[in-house]
Design a binder for this molecule. Sequence first.
Ligand code: TNX
Length: 499
Amino acid sequence: MAALTALVPIPASVTVDAAAPFTLAASTRLIAGAGAGATAALAAQLIETVTGRLLPIASQDAGSADIVLEMAGAGPAESYRLRAGTDGVRVTGADPAGLFYGMQTLAQLLAGDGRQVPAVTIADAPRFAYRGAMLDVARHFFPVATVTGVIDRAASLKLNHLHLHLTDDQGWRIRLSSRPKLTEQAAGECYTAADYAQIVDYAAARHVTIVPEVGGPGHTHAVGVAYPELAGAPVITDAVRAATARFGGELPVAGQPYRGVAVGFSSLRCDSDATYDFLADVFGELAAMTPGPYLHVGGDEALGTPADDFAEYIRRVTALVTASGKTPIAWHEAGAAAGLAAGTIGQYWGFRTPRDGMDGHARAFVANGGRMILSPADAIYLDMKYDLDTPLGLTWADGPTSVERSYRWEPVDVVPGAGPADILGIEAPLWTETVRTAADIDALAFPRVAAAAEIAWSPAPADHPQRNWASFRARVGGLGALWRRAGIDFFRSPEIDWE
Ligand code: TNX
């Protein structure tokens, strides 16, 4: 029974069978059915991490000591079934992603003592199609190996999108051959096209879609460092002075790199054809490099951009992305722009209880034929402090944000008037003003990203006996042993009894 306490996100249905557990034997193999070979190879690695045993992979003659991975070829997208008992373990995926998630559940079941799988029957499928995390690689840059580590961590919690915030005032992190000066003059460090392809491929093998973001018209000071003719003059308000002073930086100066953490002072020139030629180059190249369906266009905190200019920018950038064959995603402020391309997805980063019209902006995407991704900042902004003693992180979102608060919210209650079908999914962003290393990422993301994953994957609380804080708290505690073995440097939150 004990190992059942390490299941996060909780599967849709778990039946504990009154039988003896499955126990790894000296002869245990992974038996990969047709179409299951790639998952079996990943399963062998993961099971080795959890148990210390590298199981051989075979393709036939399954016996009662073996673990079978097979494709059903039917069933809801990303769903799987898992049965374990003295006659072996069988994981059946409706599709390759479902089989991959079944294998992640198996690893959590094995995490108890590293040798036994309780006798269970599990039937599981996700609540939301889009389950994401975001990493800001602009405020601080992270090497490819850190990003692939983030992909492994996300996939282990059944998240299926990684949004990369590639550009901001502080730097441009993706090398583009159409606009080489962006990374020659405004990056420091960046991903080459080959790095990006490596990230995309690594993610795809783990059923994670990369969502690249190139934001505008605000958050674009770095563009003006490379191409001064595209940028308006920095708008220095008292808020910009205060935020810049906070980390001892110098005020933004046109054409010079900016190292502070202020927001809302930069804007592209929205009335100039040169800006739209630039966007056509950038999004055209990004679309060609990105197999996934989404390109994120930003649109947040354009405090220095007049409303008409903002609307013109959003209208044209979402049209460009749509013409490239991709679906645009924009932060919720873009919902205010008349002429937003039909079907644009809105990412809501307001509060669990909306204020100042932010919910209206989110509803505008739905009225326009799109859907919403929910990232309520006072629940799942992973860059908020846990408590006032947390060395890293910020507090602006009514922070600090405890693990309990990150768990206790219900997606359909956030934006009044928007129903379950209007929610594409959930995403937990990690902004990196205060985050420099892979260990910093782990300390802020874990355990709260597990709360976001359960809300994104598992049935609503009303539909599931274990979708509650007391159960989640116990199950996350049970995951501590697996996280340690996987090298995840999680925050030992005093809210959790860690195993
Ligand atoms: C708000 S959320 C921002 C970011 C900051 C973040 C810090 C959003 C769309 N904009 O520029 O990094 O707060 O928490």
